[in-house]
Design a protein around this ligand. Structure first.
Ligand code: NAD
Length: 491
Protein backbone atom coordinates (compact mmCIF):
# COMPACT_ATOMS: atom_id res chain seq x y z
CA UNK A 1 0.00 0.00 0.00
CA UNK A 2 1.51 3.25 -1.18
CA UNK A 3 0.38 5.70 1.46
CA UNK A 4 1.53 4.14 4.71
CA UNK A 5 4.24 6.73 5.30
CA UNK A 6 1.60 9.40 5.63
CA UNK A 7 0.43 7.74 8.79
CA UNK A 8 3.85 7.08 10.27
CA UNK A 9 5.51 10.41 9.54
CA UNK A 10 2.93 13.17 9.73
CA UNK A 11 5.64 15.84 10.11
CA UNK A 12 6.86 15.33 6.55
CA UNK A 13 4.37 17.65 4.96
CA UNK A 14 5.43 20.80 3.22
CA UNK A 15 4.51 22.01 -0.20
CA UNK A 16 7.37 23.61 -2.02
CA UNK A 17 7.17 24.88 -5.54
CA UNK A 18 9.37 26.74 -7.91
CA UNK A 19 6.92 29.33 -9.18
CA UNK A 20 7.18 33.09 -9.12
CA UNK A 21 4.24 34.71 -7.27
CA UNK A 22 2.83 36.14 -10.51
CA UNK A 23 2.64 32.76 -12.26
CA UNK A 24 -0.91 31.53 -12.88
CA UNK A 25 -2.84 29.18 -10.63
CA UNK A 26 -3.40 25.65 -11.90
CA UNK A 27 -6.90 26.35 -13.28
CA UNK A 28 -5.65 29.43 -15.14
CA UNK A 29 -2.82 27.35 -16.59
CA UNK A 30 -5.19 24.68 -17.91
CA UNK A 31 -7.45 27.38 -19.35
CA UNK A 32 -4.55 29.12 -21.04
CA UNK A 33 -3.40 25.86 -22.66
CA UNK A 34 -6.99 25.31 -23.82
CA UNK A 35 -7.22 28.85 -25.24
CA UNK A 36 -3.98 28.51 -27.16
CA UNK A 37 -5.10 25.22 -28.71
CA UNK A 38 -8.66 26.48 -29.31
CA UNK A 39 -7.34 29.25 -31.58
CA UNK A 40 -5.66 26.61 -33.74
CA UNK A 41 -8.72 24.35 -33.96
CA UNK A 42 -11.51 24.85 -36.47
CA UNK A 43 -14.26 24.78 -33.83
CA UNK A 44 -16.75 27.64 -33.51
CA UNK A 45 -16.45 30.08 -30.60
CA UNK A 46 -19.77 29.15 -28.96
CA UNK A 47 -18.86 25.48 -28.84
CA UNK A 48 -15.42 26.33 -27.44
CA UNK A 49 -16.83 28.42 -24.56
CA UNK A 50 -19.15 25.58 -23.69
CA UNK A 51 -16.31 23.05 -23.79
CA UNK A 52 -14.07 25.15 -21.59
CA UNK A 53 -16.58 25.76 -18.78
CA UNK A 54 -16.91 23.49 -15.76
CA UNK A 55 -20.37 21.93 -15.85
CA UNK A 56 -21.23 21.41 -12.14
CA UNK A 57 -19.47 21.52 -8.82
CA UNK A 58 -20.47 20.70 -5.29
CA UNK A 59 -18.85 21.83 -2.08
CA UNK A 60 -19.78 19.83 0.97
CA UNK A 61 -19.02 20.28 4.63
CA UNK A 62 -19.71 17.72 7.30
CA UNK A 63 -18.70 17.20 10.90
CA UNK A 64 -16.69 14.25 12.17
CA UNK A 65 -15.90 13.39 15.75
CA UNK A 66 -12.17 13.51 16.37
CA UNK A 67 -12.31 11.92 19.83
CA UNK A 68 -12.30 13.50 23.30
CA UNK A 69 -15.76 14.88 22.55
CA UNK A 70 -14.54 17.27 19.85
CA UNK A 71 -15.89 17.61 16.33
CA UNK A 72 -14.22 18.99 13.26
CA UNK A 73 -15.86 20.32 10.11
CA UNK A 74 -14.41 18.74 6.99
CA UNK A 75 -14.59 20.37 3.58
CA UNK A 76 -14.82 18.44 0.30
CA UNK A 77 -15.47 19.10 -3.37
CA UNK A 78 -16.46 17.31 -6.54
CA UNK A 79 -16.38 18.98 -9.94
CA UNK A 80 -17.82 17.57 -13.14
CA UNK A 81 -16.26 19.39 -16.04
CA UNK A 82 -17.93 17.90 -19.09
CA UNK A 83 -20.73 15.40 -19.48
CA UNK A 84 -20.49 14.99 -23.25
CA UNK A 85 -19.77 11.35 -22.39
CA UNK A 86 -21.08 9.53 -19.34
CA UNK A 87 -20.01 8.60 -16.79
CA UNK A 88 -17.64 11.39 -15.87
CA UNK A 89 -14.42 10.13 -14.39
CA UNK A 90 -11.66 11.45 -12.15
CA UNK A 91 -9.75 10.81 -8.95
CA UNK A 92 -10.32 11.91 -5.39
CA UNK A 93 -7.47 13.69 -3.67
CA UNK A 94 -6.82 14.12 0.06
CA UNK A 95 -4.58 17.10 0.59
CA UNK A 96 -4.51 20.33 2.55
CA UNK A 97 -4.01 22.20 -0.72
CA UNK A 98 -7.41 21.10 -2.12
CA UNK A 99 -9.62 24.00 -3.13
CA UNK A 100 -12.24 24.74 -5.76
CA UNK A 101 -9.85 26.00 -8.45
CA UNK A 102 -7.61 22.95 -8.03
CA UNK A 103 -10.51 20.51 -8.31
CA UNK A 104 -11.93 22.37 -11.32
CA UNK A 105 -8.52 22.41 -13.01
CA UNK A 106 -8.08 18.69 -12.46
CA UNK A 107 -11.64 17.96 -13.66
CA UNK A 108 -11.03 19.96 -16.86
CA UNK A 109 -7.78 18.15 -17.44
CA UNK A 110 -9.58 14.82 -17.03
CA UNK A 111 -12.02 15.69 -19.82
CA UNK A 112 -9.17 16.50 -22.21
CA UNK A 113 -7.14 13.50 -21.06
CA UNK A 114 -9.97 11.03 -21.71
CA UNK A 115 -10.43 12.49 -25.19
CA UNK A 116 -6.70 12.33 -25.97
CA UNK A 117 -6.57 8.59 -25.20
CA UNK A 118 -10.04 7.82 -26.61
CA UNK A 119 -11.59 6.78 -23.32
CA UNK A 120 -15.36 7.43 -23.57
CA UNK A 121 -15.76 9.41 -20.34
CA UNK A 122 -16.29 13.04 -19.39
CA UNK A 123 -13.97 14.61 -16.82
CA UNK A 124 -14.41 15.05 -13.07
CA UNK A 125 -12.33 15.38 -9.92
CA UNK A 126 -12.92 15.41 -6.20
CA UNK A 127 -10.97 16.37 -3.17
CA UNK A 128 -11.12 16.56 0.59
CA UNK A 129 -9.16 19.32 2.26
CA UNK A 130 -7.27 17.29 4.82
CA UNK A 131 -3.73 16.16 5.47
CA UNK A 132 -4.35 12.41 5.74
CA UNK A 133 -1.26 12.06 7.91
CA UNK A 134 -3.12 13.83 10.71
CA UNK A 135 -5.88 11.21 10.95
CA UNK A 136 -6.10 7.60 12.06
CA UNK A 137 -7.27 4.95 9.61
CA UNK A 138 -10.56 4.80 11.49
CA UNK A 139 -11.08 8.57 11.14
CA UNK A 140 -10.15 8.44 7.46
CA UNK A 141 -12.73 5.73 6.94
CA UNK A 142 -15.41 7.86 8.56
CA UNK A 143 -14.39 10.91 6.48
CA UNK A 144 -14.40 8.86 3.27
CA UNK A 145 -17.78 7.26 3.98
CA UNK A 146 -19.35 10.55 4.96
CA UNK A 147 -18.04 12.28 1.84
CA UNK A 148 -19.39 9.40 -0.27
CA UNK A 149 -22.79 9.77 1.43
CA UNK A 150 -22.83 13.38 0.30
CA UNK A 151 -21.94 12.30 -3.24
CA UNK A 152 -24.73 9.71 -3.18
CA UNK A 153 -27.32 12.15 -1.92
CA UNK A 154 -26.38 14.69 -4.57
CA UNK A 155 -26.17 12.08 -7.36
CA UNK A 156 -22.47 12.80 -7.88
CA UNK A 157 -21.50 9.15 -7.92
CA UNK A 158 -22.73 6.05 -9.75
CA UNK A 159 -21.50 3.64 -12.45
CA UNK A 160 -23.45 5.54 -15.12
CA UNK A 161 -22.97 9.06 -13.80
CA UNK A 162 -19.69 9.76 -12.01
CA UNK A 163 -16.93 7.27 -11.21
CA UNK A 164 -14.08 8.36 -8.88
CA UNK A 165 -10.61 6.78 -8.65
CA UNK A 166 -7.49 7.23 -6.51
CA UNK A 167 -5.31 10.32 -6.63
CA UNK A 168 -2.86 11.96 -4.23
CA UNK A 169 -3.37 10.70 -0.69
CA UNK A 170 -5.90 7.99 -1.60
CA UNK A 171 -5.54 4.40 -2.79
CA UNK A 172 -7.35 1.05 -3.04
CA UNK A 173 -8.40 1.16 0.61
CA UNK A 174 -10.32 4.42 0.21
CA UNK A 175 -11.88 3.14 -3.04
CA UNK A 176 -13.17 0.09 -1.14
CA UNK A 177 -14.83 2.30 1.47
CA UNK A 178 -16.39 4.39 -1.30
CA UNK A 179 -17.82 1.34 -3.05
CA UNK A 180 -19.17 -0.14 0.15
CA UNK A 181 -20.89 3.12 1.10
CA UNK A 182 -22.38 3.49 -2.39
CA UNK A 183 -23.70 -0.09 -2.13
CA UNK A 184 -25.45 0.68 1.13
CA UNK A 185 -27.28 3.55 -0.55
CA UNK A 186 -28.00 1.54 -3.71
CA UNK A 187 -28.51 -2.06 -2.59
CA UNK A 188 -30.25 -3.08 -5.81
CA UNK A 189 -27.68 -1.66 -8.22
CA UNK A 190 -26.25 -4.75 -9.89
CA UNK A 191 -23.43 -2.62 -11.34
CA UNK A 192 -22.49 -1.02 -8.01
CA UNK A 193 -18.85 -2.21 -8.30
CA UNK A 194 -18.49 0.12 -11.28
CA UNK A 195 -19.16 3.22 -9.14
CA UNK A 196 -15.43 3.63 -8.44
CA UNK A 197 -12.17 2.30 -9.89
CA UNK A 198 -8.76 1.58 -8.40
CA UNK A 199 -10.37 -0.92 -6.02
CA UNK A 200 -8.49 -3.86 -4.52
CA UNK A 201 -8.74 -7.03 -6.60
CA UNK A 202 -10.96 -8.70 -4.02
CA UNK A 203 -13.47 -5.85 -4.43
CA UNK A 204 -13.72 -5.95 -8.22
CA UNK A 205 -10.46 -4.21 -9.11
CA UNK A 206 -8.54 -5.11 -12.24
CA UNK A 207 -5.03 -6.52 -12.34
CA UNK A 208 -2.56 -3.84 -13.42
CA UNK A 209 -4.47 -0.73 -12.24
CA UNK A 210 -1.96 0.05 -9.50
CA UNK A 211 0.96 0.05 -11.94
CA UNK A 212 -1.00 1.64 -14.80
CA UNK A 213 -0.14 5.34 -14.52
CA UNK A 214 3.58 4.74 -13.99
CA UNK A 215 3.66 2.20 -16.81
CA UNK A 216 1.81 4.61 -19.09
CA UNK A 217 4.39 7.31 -18.31
CA UNK A 218 7.10 4.86 -19.32
CA UNK A 219 5.32 3.93 -22.58
CA UNK A 220 4.74 7.61 -23.40
CA UNK A 221 8.37 8.65 -22.96
CA UNK A 222 9.56 5.52 -24.79
CA UNK A 223 7.32 6.36 -27.77
CA UNK A 224 8.43 9.98 -28.07
CA UNK A 225 12.07 8.96 -27.76
CA UNK A 226 11.60 6.62 -30.71
CA UNK A 227 10.65 9.51 -33.03
CA UNK A 228 13.59 10.73 -35.14
CA UNK A 229 12.54 14.37 -34.73
CA UNK A 230 12.70 14.00 -30.91
CA UNK A 231 16.11 12.32 -31.14
CA UNK A 232 17.28 15.24 -33.27
CA UNK A 233 16.09 17.92 -30.82
CA UNK A 234 17.26 16.10 -27.68
CA UNK A 235 20.43 14.52 -29.02
CA UNK A 236 19.36 11.27 -27.34
CA UNK A 237 19.79 7.88 -29.02
CA UNK A 238 16.13 6.96 -28.69
CA UNK A 239 16.86 3.97 -26.50
CA UNK A 240 15.62 3.69 -22.93
CA UNK A 241 18.44 1.29 -22.04
CA UNK A 242 21.43 3.26 -20.83
CA UNK A 243 19.55 6.54 -20.35
CA UNK A 244 19.46 8.33 -17.01
CA UNK A 245 16.23 9.20 -15.21
CA UNK A 246 15.20 11.43 -12.31
CA UNK A 247 11.79 11.04 -10.71
CA UNK A 248 10.12 13.50 -8.35
CA UNK A 249 7.55 11.89 -6.00
CA UNK A 250 7.93 8.28 -4.90
CA UNK A 251 4.24 7.51 -4.56
CA UNK A 252 2.03 5.46 -6.86
CA UNK A 253 2.97 7.16 -10.12
CA UNK A 254 6.62 7.91 -9.34
CA UNK A 255 7.48 4.53 -7.89
CA UNK A 256 6.05 2.53 -10.79
CA UNK A 257 7.47 4.89 -13.41
CA UNK A 258 10.92 4.49 -11.82
CA UNK A 259 10.48 0.73 -11.64
CA UNK A 260 9.52 0.36 -15.33
CA UNK A 261 12.38 2.60 -16.50
CA UNK A 262 14.79 0.53 -14.41
CA UNK A 263 13.35 -2.79 -15.66
CA UNK A 264 13.91 -1.61 -19.22
CA UNK A 265 17.57 -0.81 -18.70
CA UNK A 266 17.53 2.87 -17.69
CA UNK A 267 19.55 4.13 -14.73
CA UNK A 268 17.38 5.89 -12.13
CA UNK A 269 19.90 8.39 -10.76
CA UNK A 270 17.69 10.60 -8.61
CA UNK A 271 14.42 10.52 -6.70
CA UNK A 272 12.83 13.44 -4.87
CA UNK A 273 10.42 13.20 -1.96
CA UNK A 274 8.88 15.69 0.46
CA UNK A 275 11.69 16.00 2.98
CA UNK A 276 14.75 15.35 0.82
CA UNK A 277 15.99 13.81 -2.42
CA UNK A 278 18.53 11.13 -3.19
CA UNK A 279 21.03 11.20 -6.06
CA UNK A 280 23.58 8.70 -7.33
CA UNK A 281 25.03 9.04 -10.84
CA UNK A 282 25.78 5.29 -10.81
CA UNK A 283 22.09 4.45 -10.45
CA UNK A 284 19.83 3.65 -7.51
CA UNK A 285 18.12 0.33 -6.80
CA UNK A 286 14.47 1.30 -7.02
CA UNK A 287 12.85 -1.52 -5.04
CA UNK A 288 15.48 -1.51 -2.30
CA UNK A 289 15.10 2.23 -1.94
CA UNK A 290 11.31 2.01 -1.97
CA UNK A 291 11.41 -0.54 0.84
CA UNK A 292 13.75 1.70 2.86
CA UNK A 293 11.53 4.72 2.28
CA UNK A 294 8.44 2.75 3.25
CA UNK A 295 10.04 1.45 6.44
CA UNK A 296 11.67 4.69 7.62
CA UNK A 297 9.69 7.43 5.86
CA UNK A 298 12.83 8.97 4.34
CA UNK A 299 15.77 8.34 2.04
CA UNK A 300 18.10 9.29 4.89
CA UNK A 301 20.11 6.40 6.28
CA UNK A 302 19.80 4.36 3.06
CA UNK A 303 23.50 4.35 2.21
CA UNK A 304 26.68 6.36 2.88
CA UNK A 305 27.72 6.30 -0.75
CA UNK A 306 24.78 8.24 -2.19
CA UNK A 307 24.10 11.95 -1.97
CA UNK A 308 21.16 13.28 0.02
CA UNK A 309 19.84 16.63 -1.23
CA UNK A 310 18.17 18.47 1.63
CA UNK A 311 16.32 20.95 -0.55
CA UNK A 312 14.36 18.27 -2.38
CA UNK A 313 13.13 20.36 -5.30
CA UNK A 314 16.75 20.82 -6.45
CA UNK A 315 16.87 17.23 -7.65
CA UNK A 316 14.91 18.45 -10.68
CA UNK A 317 17.97 20.45 -11.74
CA UNK A 318 20.43 17.56 -11.66
CA UNK A 319 22.07 15.95 -14.70
CA UNK A 320 19.82 13.38 -16.43
CA UNK A 321 18.30 12.52 -19.80
CA UNK A 322 14.71 11.96 -18.69
CA UNK A 323 12.85 13.84 -15.95
CA UNK A 324 9.58 12.56 -14.49
CA UNK A 325 7.85 15.02 -12.16
CA UNK A 326 5.31 12.76 -10.42
CA UNK A 327 4.45 14.56 -7.20
CA UNK A 328 2.36 17.71 -7.40
CA UNK A 329 1.50 20.63 -9.62
CA UNK A 330 3.69 23.72 -10.15
CA UNK A 331 7.05 22.11 -9.38
CA UNK A 332 8.74 23.57 -12.44
CA UNK A 333 8.22 27.30 -12.72
CA UNK A 334 10.07 30.38 -13.87
CA UNK A 335 12.48 30.00 -10.93
CA UNK A 336 13.96 26.74 -12.10
CA UNK A 337 12.94 26.14 -15.75
CA UNK A 338 16.24 27.41 -17.12
CA UNK A 339 18.20 25.18 -14.73
CA UNK A 340 16.61 21.90 -15.81
CA UNK A 341 19.21 19.67 -17.52
CA UNK A 342 16.92 16.86 -18.71
CA UNK A 343 16.38 16.54 -22.46
CA UNK A 344 12.84 15.13 -22.22
CA UNK A 345 10.22 15.54 -19.49
CA UNK A 346 7.33 13.09 -19.02
CA UNK A 347 4.68 14.73 -16.85
CA UNK A 348 3.64 11.99 -14.41
CA UNK A 349 1.90 14.54 -12.18
CA UNK A 350 -0.95 16.75 -13.31
CA UNK A 351 0.18 20.30 -14.01
CA UNK A 352 3.77 19.93 -12.73
CA UNK A 353 4.94 22.95 -14.74
CA UNK A 354 3.56 26.43 -15.34
CA UNK A 355 2.90 27.77 -18.85
CA UNK A 356 5.86 30.14 -18.45
CA UNK A 357 8.19 27.28 -17.57
CA UNK A 358 6.85 25.24 -20.48
CA UNK A 359 7.69 28.08 -22.85
CA UNK A 360 11.23 28.40 -21.47
CA UNK A 361 11.81 24.65 -21.80
CA UNK A 362 10.41 24.47 -25.33
CA UNK A 363 12.69 27.35 -26.39
CA UNK A 364 15.64 25.47 -24.91
CA UNK A 365 14.77 22.36 -26.95
CA UNK A 366 13.55 20.28 -24.03
CA UNK A 367 10.77 17.96 -25.20
CA UNK A 368 7.72 17.87 -22.93
CA UNK A 369 5.36 14.88 -23.00
CA UNK A 370 2.32 16.61 -21.48
CA UNK A 371 0.31 15.39 -18.49
CA UNK A 372 -2.93 14.85 -20.41
CA UNK A 373 -1.11 12.23 -22.47
CA UNK A 374 1.80 11.05 -20.31
CA UNK A 375 -0.18 10.17 -17.19
CA UNK A 376 -3.35 8.96 -18.93
CA UNK A 377 -2.47 5.30 -18.23
CA UNK A 378 -4.43 5.46 -14.98
CA UNK A 379 -7.70 6.42 -16.61
CA UNK A 380 -7.16 3.98 -19.47
CA UNK A 381 -6.92 1.08 -17.06
CA UNK A 382 -9.71 2.51 -14.90
CA UNK A 383 -11.82 2.27 -18.05
CA UNK A 384 -10.86 -1.42 -18.32
CA UNK A 385 -11.79 -1.93 -14.66
CA UNK A 386 -15.17 -0.26 -15.21
CA UNK A 387 -15.79 -2.47 -18.26
CA UNK A 388 -14.92 -5.52 -16.16
CA UNK A 389 -17.35 -4.40 -13.46
CA UNK A 390 -20.18 -3.85 -15.91
CA UNK A 391 -19.56 -7.15 -17.71
CA UNK A 392 -19.16 -9.03 -14.41
CA UNK A 393 -16.42 -11.19 -15.88
CA UNK A 394 -12.64 -11.23 -15.57
CA UNK A 395 -10.74 -10.41 -18.77
CA UNK A 396 -9.48 -13.61 -20.39
CA UNK A 397 -11.94 -15.89 -18.64
CA UNK A 398 -13.85 -16.78 -21.80
CA UNK A 399 -11.03 -17.13 -24.29
CA UNK A 400 -7.80 -18.13 -22.52
CA UNK A 401 -8.29 -21.90 -22.79
CA UNK A 402 -9.73 -21.63 -26.30
CA UNK A 403 -6.67 -19.69 -27.49
CA UNK A 404 -4.38 -22.26 -25.88
CA UNK A 405 -6.16 -25.18 -27.58
CA UNK A 406 -6.00 -23.49 -31.01
CA UNK A 407 -2.27 -22.85 -30.58
CA UNK A 408 -1.69 -26.43 -29.39
CA UNK A 409 -3.33 -27.79 -32.53
CA UNK A 410 -1.35 -25.42 -34.71
CA UNK A 411 1.92 -26.42 -33.05
CA UNK A 412 1.13 -30.10 -33.59
CA UNK A 413 0.82 -29.50 -37.35
CA UNK A 414 4.07 -27.49 -37.39
CA UNK A 415 5.90 -30.20 -35.40
CA UNK A 416 4.68 -32.92 -37.75
CA UNK A 417 5.89 -30.99 -40.78
CA UNK A 418 9.12 -29.70 -39.28
CA UNK A 419 10.05 -33.09 -37.87
CA UNK A 420 11.01 -31.60 -34.50
CA UNK A 421 9.14 -31.99 -31.25
CA UNK A 422 9.25 -28.96 -28.95
CA UNK A 423 10.37 -29.26 -25.35
CA UNK A 424 7.70 -28.81 -22.69
CA UNK A 425 9.11 -25.37 -21.79
CA UNK A 426 9.07 -24.23 -25.43
CA UNK A 427 5.54 -25.51 -25.88
CA UNK A 428 4.32 -23.77 -22.73
CA UNK A 429 5.84 -20.44 -23.76
CA UNK A 430 4.19 -20.63 -27.19
CA UNK A 431 0.72 -21.75 -26.26
CA UNK A 432 0.11 -19.83 -23.05
CA UNK A 433 -3.11 -17.79 -23.27
CA UNK A 434 -3.32 -14.24 -21.95
CA UNK A 435 -4.04 -13.58 -18.27
CA UNK A 436 -6.01 -10.52 -17.22
CA UNK A 437 -2.87 -8.47 -16.52
CA UNK A 438 -1.38 -9.34 -19.93
CA UNK A 439 -4.52 -8.05 -21.61
CA UNK A 440 -4.65 -4.91 -19.49
CA UNK A 441 -1.00 -4.03 -20.15
CA UNK A 442 -1.37 -4.79 -23.84
CA UNK A 443 -4.48 -2.57 -24.08
CA UNK A 444 -2.62 0.17 -22.24
CA UNK A 445 0.46 -0.08 -24.46
CA UNK A 446 -1.62 -0.02 -27.63
CA UNK A 447 -3.57 3.02 -26.41
CA UNK A 448 -0.41 4.91 -25.48
CA UNK A 449 1.29 4.12 -28.80
CA UNK A 450 -1.66 5.30 -30.89
CA UNK A 451 -2.34 8.39 -28.73
CA UNK A 452 1.30 9.46 -28.85
CA UNK A 453 1.29 9.04 -32.63
CA UNK A 454 -1.95 11.06 -32.98
CA UNK A 455 -0.40 13.84 -30.89
CA UNK A 456 2.80 13.71 -32.93
CA UNK A 457 0.89 14.00 -36.21
CA UNK A 458 -1.07 17.05 -35.03
CA UNK A 459 2.12 18.66 -33.73
CA UNK A 460 3.68 18.22 -37.18
CA UNK A 461 0.60 19.40 -39.04
CA UNK A 462 0.07 22.53 -36.96
CA UNK A 463 3.75 23.11 -36.18
CA UNK A 464 3.12 23.25 -32.43
CA UNK A 465 4.50 21.64 -29.28
CA UNK A 466 3.08 18.33 -28.03
CA UNK A 467 0.97 19.88 -25.28
CA UNK A 468 -0.81 22.20 -27.68
CA UNK A 469 -1.23 19.30 -30.12
CA UNK A 470 -2.82 17.09 -27.45
CA UNK A 471 -5.23 19.90 -26.49
CA UNK A 472 -6.13 20.47 -30.15
CA UNK A 473 -6.93 16.76 -30.58
CA UNK A 474 -9.01 16.74 -27.39
CA UNK A 475 -10.96 19.84 -28.41
CA UNK A 476 -11.69 18.45 -31.88
CA UNK A 477 -12.91 15.11 -30.51
CA UNK A 478 -15.12 16.58 -27.78
CA UNK A 479 -16.60 19.17 -30.15
CA UNK A 480 -17.41 16.44 -32.67
CA UNK A 481 -19.12 14.44 -29.96
CA UNK A 482 -21.15 17.46 -28.77
CA UNK A 483 -22.13 18.58 -32.22
CA UNK A 484 -23.09 15.06 -33.28
CA UNK A 485 -25.34 14.66 -30.24
CA UNK A 486 -27.23 17.92 -30.76
CA UNK A 487 -26.70 18.69 -27.05
CA UNK A 488 -25.39 22.16 -27.78
CA UNK A 489 -28.56 23.26 -29.45
CA UNK A 490 -31.07 22.18 -26.81
CA UNK A 491 -33.13 25.03 -25.40
P1 NAD B 1 0.74 9.61 -4.19
O1 NAD B 1 0.11 10.28 -3.05
O2 NAD B 1 0.74 8.14 -4.30
O3 NAD B 1 2.26 10.07 -4.36
C1 NAD B 1 2.71 11.38 -4.34
C2 NAD B 1 4.11 11.34 -3.76
O4 NAD B 1 4.70 12.63 -3.90
C3 NAD B 1 4.11 10.99 -2.27
O5 NAD B 1 5.06 9.98 -2.03
C4 NAD B 1 4.50 12.31 -1.61
O6 NAD B 1 5.21 12.12 -0.41
C5 NAD B 1 5.35 12.94 -2.69
N1 NAD B 1 5.45 14.40 -2.56
C6 NAD B 1 4.53 15.25 -2.06
N2 NAD B 1 5.01 16.51 -2.10
C7 NAD B 1 6.25 16.43 -2.64
C8 NAD B 1 7.25 17.38 -2.94
N3 NAD B 1 7.07 18.68 -2.68
N4 NAD B 1 8.41 16.94 -3.49
C9 NAD B 1 8.60 15.62 -3.76
N5 NAD B 1 7.69 14.68 -3.48
C10 NAD B 1 6.54 15.08 -2.93
O7 NAD B 1 0.05 10.28 -5.46
P2 NAD B 1 0.04 9.73 -6.93
O8 NAD B 1 -1.22 9.00 -7.13
O9 NAD B 1 1.34 9.10 -7.24
O10 NAD B 1 -0.10 11.09 -7.74
C11 NAD B 1 1.03 11.91 -8.06
C12 NAD B 1 0.64 12.84 -9.19
O11 NAD B 1 0.21 12.07 -10.31
C13 NAD B 1 -0.52 13.80 -8.89
O12 NAD B 1 -0.32 14.99 -9.62
C14 NAD B 1 -1.73 13.07 -9.47
O13 NAD B 1 -2.80 13.93 -9.77
C15 NAD B 1 -1.10 12.47 -10.71
N6 NAD B 1 -1.82 11.33 -11.27
C16 NAD B 1 -2.07 10.22 -10.54
C17 NAD B 1 -2.73 9.14 -11.11
C18 NAD B 1 -2.98 7.85 -10.37
O14 NAD B 1 -3.45 6.90 -11.01
N7 NAD B 1 -2.67 7.75 -9.10
C19 NAD B 1 -3.16 9.23 -12.44
C20 NAD B 1 -2.86 10.38 -13.18
C21 NAD B 1 -2.19 11.42 -12.57
Amino acid sequence: MIHENFFIFPHLAATQNACEPHEPQFLQSVESYFDRAAKLSDIAGGTLSHLRAVDSTIRVTFPIETGDGKTEVIEGYRAQHSRHRLPVKGGIRYSEEVDLQEVEALASLMTYKCAVVNVPFGGAKGGIKIDPAQYTAEQLERITRRYTMELCQKKFIGPGTDVPAPDVGTGPREMSWIMDTYRQFNPDDVNAAGCVTGKPLSQGGVRGRTEATGLGVYFGVREFLSYPEVQKITGLSGKIAGSTVIVQGFGNVGYYAAKFFEENGAKVVGIGERDCAIYDPHGLKVDELYQHHRDTGSFRGYSDTVEIINDSVQVLERECDILIPAALERQIGLRNADKIKAKIIGEGANGPMTPGAHEVLEKRGVVVVPDLLANAGGVVVSYFEWLKNLSHVRFGRMDKKWDESVRTRLLRVIEENAGRVLTEAERKALIQGAEEQDLVFSGLEDTMISSCEETRQTAKLKNVDYRTAAYINAIQKIATSYEGSGMLFMT
